[in-house]
Design a protein around this ligand. Structure first.
Ligand SMILES: Cc1cc2nc3c(=O)[nH]c(=O)nc-3n(C[C@H](O)[C@H](O)[C@H](O)COP(=O)(O)O)c2cc1C
Length: 199
């Protein structure tokens, strides 16, 4: 089993990656036979989409060709071939992090507009997209204030583009407020790892 982690954290000592680590601990506790590949979106070579929309004309059924040469095609290929894709991002300005957003824009190659906005490739039965976000605002204020709205929408859609037929979400909030709060969310991440491994 292969898990691809798309790490959109800017702070590599921050809460988002603490949650990812707990998720992986939980996963491994339930299933040890797992290959984990992490793509650090901040430090890999991912250029900005130029908006040429050449990919939109491409007829490839899975992934269109992008005119830009960088690491993004390799990252997307890895995520397309995995069993689980983890999207990890802090919430910045009511949105995903800017490196995650930059990567999502490059995922236009996976979209078709034939029937609304849909995935080029068909979903794979049992493939899971896991969305892990951390906001400064605690639950339920992060939801009530609309802070989680765009990240949920965009990452759910992108999970589908990577052929996931199930999506799990962990929208942590206010982890830096206290050790108790941090432990609560880390425990949820661990349990989510176990749940996904048992699917
Ligand atoms: C530039 C920036 C923008 C932020 N914007 C928001 C926001 O809109 N809403 C919110 O609840 N928290 C916001 N925060 C707080 C972070 O979401 C929070 O500290 C989160 O835990 C950061 O994750 P990290 O520790 O993995 O870096 C922001 C933080 C930064 C640095």
């Amino acid at each position: 089993m292969k898990i691809v982690i798309l790490d959109g954290a800017h702070n590599k000592q921050g809460m988002t990656l603490k949650l990812v680590a707990k998720f992986i601990d939980g996963f491994k506790a339930a299933k040890s036979d797992v290959q984990i590949v992490t793509h650090d979106l901040l430090n890999e070579d991912i250029k900005f989409c130029r908006g040429c929309e050449k990919c939109v004309q491409d007829k490839d059924p899975v992934s269109a060709k992008c005119v830009i040469e960088d690491d993004s095609e390799k990252i997307k290929q890895d995520a397309l071939e995995s069993d689980v894709v983890v999207f990890a991002t802090p919430i910045y300005e009511y949105c995903v992090s800017s490196v995650m957003k930059k990567f999502l824009e490059r995922c236009l190659t996976l979209v078709t507009f034939r029937m609304g906005i849909t995935s080029r490739a068909k979903a794979i039965k049992g493939k899971v997209g896991v969305i892990i976000c951390s906001s400064g605002a605690p639950f339920p204020f992060n939801h009530l204030m609309g802070i989680t709205r765009y990240p949920k929408f965009a990452l759910r859609l992108t999970s589908k583009l990577f052929r996931c037929d199930k999506v799990e979400m962990l929208m942590a909030g206010g982890m830096a407020m206290s050790a108790k709060m941090q432990a609560k969310w880390e425990n949820k991440a661990y349990k989510l790892g176990q749940k996904v491994a048992r699917k």
